[in-house]
Design a protein. Structure first.
Ligand SMILES: NC(=O)c1ccc[n+]([C@@H]2O[C@H](COP(=O)([O-])OP(=O)(O)OC[C@H]3O[C@@H](n4cnc5c(N)ncnc54)[C@H](O)[C@@H]3O)[C@@H](O)[C@H]2O)c1
Length: 376
């Protein structure tokens, strides 16, 4: 039986969630909600479901709702996730919240703890690793082909130059940490997906001259050095339209293991593999400086393809009643990315000092049963 779903917050991303539910046989979109009446009414008309302008009213009138997507925004593009998510959980609904899980890490801790207390699923739209290249790269790791982590480099951003610079006017972007909070949940989630928990962080945040001249508050250059629990190291560099993309496009992730290396280009597009056991001898050998990788192209260039994949995974996990600690891109996983974000802020505010992120809440159930995906 399809899960009865509702979406709260009918901006661009809320409409994306609504379309995903509409097109997925595991879901039945029954209601949309926005404090802006016109947006709710338009969406209800588009998707053939009921419109509400107040979430509690919706949940009282439609007790049959089982899943609520929270796609509100607010300052720093995440501040309004906490309250609607807590309300949905208090009514016994499973929640899929947009990233960042919350704007404040204390709210995120409370939200994750409350979902656990309510014994409900809390997932987050950490959609960047719900892709063909990431799935194949993860399979290589699980098959033991990658080996111990040596280092990873994740480079993500937006195209631009000083000549194309335009101050982002909405108030949500006029905050120093808006790029770090609203965007870097994604690269942190990807690094953690492949490398595990981060145990130490050092951050340098800055902005280019053009932003300084414009008195733009946003710290748009985020340079973050990480140490993982498994001993490997990683580097995250992100910028928001201050420079043109170089190698790897808008989103590249390179992962060097003790056995082989892989790199993902443009998030959804390509996977490159440098594995001495698989290298094509006609295209270079280990003895050459740069043996050519084996490249798989996925025929996808639209990043939007990540949303139906991620939302389908949440619907599958809820439908299949998987143990809560096993769901993909859980609230706890999203809390991890926010703990790293706040550790990066603390590091920056202390001149680049080394910061240990707060511990995550323990996984539930019998922890010894859990197969750690990065235990090669
Ligand atoms: N996962 C991704 O790849 C991705 C990409 C872009 C944005 N996002 C996230 O998606 C979220 C939404 O982004 P957007 O661009 O659609 O924002 P938006 O501002 O265009 O839309 C948010 C909507 O929520 C409504 N709203 C706010 N509080 C509400 C409440 N309590 N009840 C009902 N409606 C409420 C607003 O009226 C607005 O229509 C943000 O948190 C953003 O960070 C995720």
């Amino acid at each position: 039986m399809a899960l009865k779903c509702a979406v709260v917050g009918m901006g661009g991303i809320g409409n994306t969630h609504a379309r995903c539910y509409k097109n997925n046989p595991l879901a039945e979109l029954v209601a949309v909600c926005d404090v802006d009446k016109a947006k709710a009414d338009k969406a209800a008309e588009d998707y053939g479901c009921r419109a509400f302008y107040d979430e509690e009213e919706m949940l009282k009138q439609m007790p049959e709702i089982e899943v609520v997507s929270v796609t509100t925004s607010g300052y720093e593009n995440g501040s309004m996730h906490f309250e609607p998510s807590m309300i949905a959980l208090s009514y016994g609904k499973h929640v899929l919240v947009e990233k960042p899980i919350c704007a404040d890490v204390r709210d995120a801790r409370e939200l994750v703890a409350y979902a656990d207390k309510q014994k409900l699923y809390l997932g987050c739209d950490l959609n960047h690793y719900f892709t063909g290249p990431a799935a194949d790269a993860k399979q290589r790791q699980l098959d033991g082909k990658v080996g111990e982590l040596i280092y990873c480099i994740h480079k993500v951003g937006f195209n631009g130059t000083q000549d194309s610079y335009k101050k982002m006017m909405p108030q949500q972007w006029q905050m120093p940490y808006s790029h770090l909070k609203a965007f870097c949940a994604h690269p942190f989630s990807v690094m953690r997906y492949f490398c595990g928990d981060i145990v130490a962080i050092q951050a340098f945040l800055d902005k280019p001259g053009v932003r300084k001249t414009a008195e733009d508050a946003m710290l748009s250059i985020n340079s973050i050095h990480c140490k993982f629990a498994n001993g490997g190291v990683g580097y995250l560099i992100s910028q928001r339209g201050d420079a043109m993309f170089g190698y790897g496009g808008w989103w590249s992730y390179e992962h060097c293991g003790a056995k082989s290396t892989f790199a993902i280009e443009n998030c959804v597009e390509k996977l490159h593999v440098w594995d001495p056991k698989e290298l094509d001898p006609t295209r270079g050998t280990m003895n050459q400086a740069t043996p050519a990788p084996i490249t798989t192209e996925y025929g996808v260039s639209d990043f939007g393809a990540t949303f139906p994949n991620r939302i389908n995974a949440f619907l599958e996990d809820v439908t299949n009643k998987v143990p809560r600690e096993y769901i993909r891109a859980s609230g706890r996983d999203a809390l991890a990315t926010l703990e790293y974000t706040f550790a990066a802020i603390k590091s920056y505010e202390n001149g680049g000092a080394l910061v240990v992120p707060e511990m995550l809440p323990p996984l539930h159930g019998d922890v010894s049963r859990i197969k750690t995906p990065w235990a090669w």
